[in-house]
Design a protein around this ligand. Sequence first.
Ligand SMILES: NC(=O)c1ccc[n+]([C@@H]2O[C@H](COP(=O)([O-])OP(=O)(O)OC[C@H]3O[C@@H](n4cnc5c(N)ncnc54)[C@H](O)[C@@H]3O)[C@@H](O)[C@H]2O)c1
Length: 338
Amino acid sequence: MKIPNLKKLIKEIFIKHKLSKTHSIICADALINAELVGAPSHGLSRLKMYCDRINKKIINPKPKIKIKKISNSISHVDANNSIGFVAADIAVKTAIKNAKKTGIGLVAVKNSGHYGLSGYYAEQAVKKNLMVLVFTNAPPAVAPHGALKSLFGTNPICFGTPTGSKVPFILDTSISMINRGKIRVAAREGKKIPQGVALDKNGKLTTDPKKALEGVQLPIAGFRGSGLAWMVDILSGVFTGGNHAGRVKDPFTDFSGPQNIGHLFFVMKPNLFVGNNFNNRITENIKIIKKLPKIKGVKEILYPGQSKFQRFKNNLKKEIKITKTIFDDLKKLVNEKI
Ligand SMILES: NC(=O)c1ccc[n+]([C@@H]2O[C@H](COP(=O)([O-])OP(=O)(O)OC[C@H]3O[C@@H](n4cnc5c(N)ncnc54)[C@H](O)[C@@H]3O)[C@@H](O)[C@H]2O)c1
């Protein structure tokens, strides 16, 4: 489907589900962006889930979001169970504003929901020539090292910086071997998942996505990944006032109440310590690394975010492919009686 037509359709679906026009556009833009950067597991495949949660009144379509100013640098957002996209959009814009004023913008969010891709918000800061760290927690998927039960989410860690070129450096990675959305999409589309990324409920390696969803996902790098997941749970859950320690509800399967996810946005001026030399320094840093001798089969050493940038540019010129499952979702949502 052509991008503007799809955007209009998603916007109308959200408006039908009682979101304001402004909030519907924020949500439609985020979902389309996920498709364009090649992360369909965080795009249209989640639209029905968001709408189901609004219908069940556990996402608040008309939230009264409060922004408490703690200092010129620090703000605390109570998202009032808004859809995560809206809370994150307000929070990153506030963090950017604070950082422009004081050099540092730190914004914590509580009472939010799933917001999609961390990198999407990091890009907003980098486009304003700022550095950024973004954290969010997520529903239980990964067992803490040594535990028999999932508790941590796939808790992404995201860092962005200007690079002195048009292409931002955005490291945006789950702490699990693969992100949970990919497992869900595989389950819906009847596909297998790679070996070595998940265990079934009996602790055996599995390539069956349905068994993986009932079992546990494996963290990156063993206890190190588990430690990083824990750090993200503390920063985005314990620190912000959001849910933590495994209490974030699964948005697809648990409709017993709001998720109360926490997010943390930390935005910094890149020239805080080295002044206008930052541009030269980052350019030199990337140049030195890219010039290293390469292993066989590697044409170019890429920095995080580089291939995503290219994918986005290429996909902007194309239509967005709609699978049969998504087409059925869209049809249901358009015809749904609310
Ligand atoms: N909201 C949530 O609850 C939630 C939870 C988990 C993940 N996510 C999102 O899912 C998205 C996907 O996560 P993922 O873990 O599958 O990411 P991924 O594995 O696709 O990429 C991880 C990082 O590696 C970089 N990368 C990839 N190939 C590279 C290469 N050849 N050289 C150098 N760098 C390279 C990417 O730019 C990216 O920064 C992220 O945007 C994340 O924020 C969201």
